[in-house]
Design a protein around this ligand. Structure first.
Ligand code: IMP
Ligand code: MG
Length: 187
């Protein structure tokens, strides 16, 4: 099944350029550490850092939610932690997509205990309709409707990450696509 193009590669490129300009302006003279949330954000991070005009380091975290369902169950678990200490750094969390907000809320609470100088959020995609906890991005690429999207790092059961564009899967809203996936995985 080929996803329907929602955001073509050229538009992603222009938006990543804009985000890199904003970040380069805001973090000049600071101690920027980009923290990429695996796995979905790697493509975005790789493009973003090549357009930054200021020094930065990169590091990685990964979380998974408990339970079988792919929809955030609300309970996050850290499966990969930072290599470098965030203490005294200006942390920018790089996320592919903000949906319920639970992943980012969990990461913020975790990072705040480790005394960074500042923490902000950069999300390529924002699905505001999905929000369950109050979180907002400081830098947002695109606001998108409640569809299940894939490509440019985002997956559906580990597929489609390599697509150069962001596409929507047929099958309606994100909730509906995930319900169908869950039914299949339980068979
Ligand atoms: P949240 O905790 O609900 O905000 O979920 C954030 C994570 O769920 C993202 O980092 C993605 O990995 C995943 N996710 C949410 N919506 C989508 C989607 O439409 N396509 C692919 N992954 C998604
Ligand atoms: Mg993610």
């Amino acid at each position: 099944m080929k996803p329907k193009v929602l955001i073509p590669a050229a538009r992603i490129r222009r938006t990543v350029d804009r985000l890199a300009r904003e970040i380069s302006r805001d973090y000049r003279g600071k101690n920027l550490a980009l923290v990429c949330v695996l796995k979905g954000s790697v493509v975005f991070l790789a493009d973003l850092i090549r357009r930054l005009e200021i020094p930065c380091s990169i590091d990685f975290m990964a979380v998974s939610s408990y339970g079988k369902s792919r929809k955030s169950s609300g309970v996050a678990r850290l499966v990969l932690d930072l290599r470098e200490s965030p203490e005294g750094r200006d942390i920018l969390l790089v996320e592919d997509i903000l949906d319920t907000g639970r992943t980012v809320r969990y990461l913020l609470e975790n990072l705040e205990t480790r005394r960074p100088r500042s923490i902000k959020i950069c999300a390529l995609l924002d699905k505001a309709a999905g929000r369950k906890v109050p979180v907002r991005a400081d830098y947002t690429g695109f606001r998108i409707p409640d569809r299940f999207v894939v490509g440019y790092g985002l997956d559906y059961a580990e597929r489609y990450r390599q697509l150069p564009y962001i596409g929507a899967l047929k099958g309606g809203s994100a909730a509906k696509v995930l319900r169908t996936a869950r039914r299949k995985s339980e068979k």
